[in-house]
Design a protein around this ligand. Structure first.
Ligand SMILES: Nc1ncnc2c1ncn2[C@@H]1O[C@H](COP(=O)(O)OP(=O)(O)O)[C@@H](O)[C@H]1O
Ligand SMILES: O=C(CO)[C@H](O)[C@H](O)COP(=O)(O)O
Length: 309
């Protein structure tokens, strides 16, 4: 099987593992993604999700239903009802409304995943536009007219209305930087990097063993040696190596048949590093810029606005 749920980190794998290993009474349980749980606290209706969060439990966003093979499983009764992202669920619970001073007509809408929210925040609407989220991990979302799924490389497609957000999430990213440098050091050291010069250091920066995308290999070892004496050179090597992984990821999406990327916007904590942006521009061979809004929360708010209209 070459299905997105085959990844060891998928919601379905976690659900099956819990179903098989947990002895608690399962009659009164319900599967909630983190976002579903948070929204439940606000609207009080159990078991409502959206088709972006539900993708990795096996929901088919194209057919807009759970596939039969999933519905025939013993744990199928735990699966949440699925709506389109940005759909009104109901009114805000009275106690929350009073506590935080919201108006009586305040409604709660279904959400989406963090990196899709970051894509929405960038307001990129044309196929070929992409958003790389450089947070603790590196997540890529490319707007494509074709849907691509390939679990061998950790590639999957989220539905965005009538198009697809093709991509995946690599375990490389800011968490590795954070292990080695403080935010202040990142800023200071980056000032001394010449982004036009390619670093000869060839790393695979991971916080621990295992990679998901652009290759799915739970046994991949981090590679962060040799460490040069100069911290500037070391940081340059890490930033350049992460950029190479990003370039490999976009190349892979092209090879698998996604709409060709023509511009990359950046969200997340790494978006503020202009030197890194320039390194990435050189390595990717594409225009790369900071998204106007780099916070995923802004995209989530846009979705809620859509749900209110
Ligand atoms: N100047 C910088 N250059 C590169 N990365 C940075 C810089 N400042 C912060 N970061 C990285 O940004 C990450 C935090 O970004 P954020 O989007 O808040 O992550 P997340 O929400 O995924 O945890 C940290 O891991 C940190 O290493
Ligand atoms: O690494 C992540 C969180 O730790 C990514 O943000 C996440 O895996 C991406 O998921 P999706 O593509 O479903 O939005």
């Amino acid at each position: 099987m070459n299905h997105t749920v085959c990844s060891g980190s998928s919601t379905l794998c976690k659900l099956v593992s819990w179903w098989n290993n947990d002895d608690s009474d399962k009659k009164s349980t319900m599967l909630l993604h983190q976002a579903d749980w948070l929204l439940w606290l606000l609207h009080g209706q159990l078991g409502v999700s959206d088709y972006n969060n539900a993708l990795k439990v096996g929901y088919d966003p194209e057919a807009d239903s759970y596939p039969d093979w999933l519905l025939s499983q013993p744990y199928a009764q735990l699966l949440p009802m699925v709506k389109a992202p940005g759909t009104s669920i109901g009114h805000l619970k009275g106690d929350i409304r009073t506590q935080f001073g919201f108006s009586e007509d305040c409604i709660v809408c279904t959400g989406t995943t963090d990196s899709i929210a970051a894509f929405l925040a960038a307001r990129a609407t044309k196929p070929g536009k992409a958003v790389t989220s450089l947070g603790s991990t590196l997540a890529i979302k490319l707007l494509s007219t074709t849907r691509i799924e390939d679990a061998r490389y950790g590639v999957y497609s989220h539905r965005l209305d009538d198009k697809w957000l093709v991509g995946g999430a690599s375990n490389t990213g800011g968490a590795v930087l954070k292990e080695n440098f403080s935010d202040e050091q990142l800023e200071k050291l980056s000032e001394h990097i010449n982004p036009m010069e390619a670093s000869p250091l060839d790393y695979y920066p991971l916080k621990s063993v295992g990679e998901r995308f652009p290759v799915a290999n739970p046994k991949m070892e981090p590679r962060l040696h040799p460490r040069p004496e100069s911290d500037v050179e070391y940081l340059h090597g890490i930033l350049e190596s992460i950029a190479r992984i990003e370039a490999k990821a976009y190349m892979l999406l092209k090879d698998l048949g996604a709409t060709q990327v023509d511009e990359v916007f950046t969200a997340g904590g790494g978006a503020k590093n202009d030197k890194w942006t320039k390194i990435r521009e050189r390595v990717l061979g594409l225009p790369v810029s900071r998204a106007t809004q780099t916070e995923a929360a802004y995209g989530a708010a846009l979705l809620a606005l859509k749900g209110c209209q």
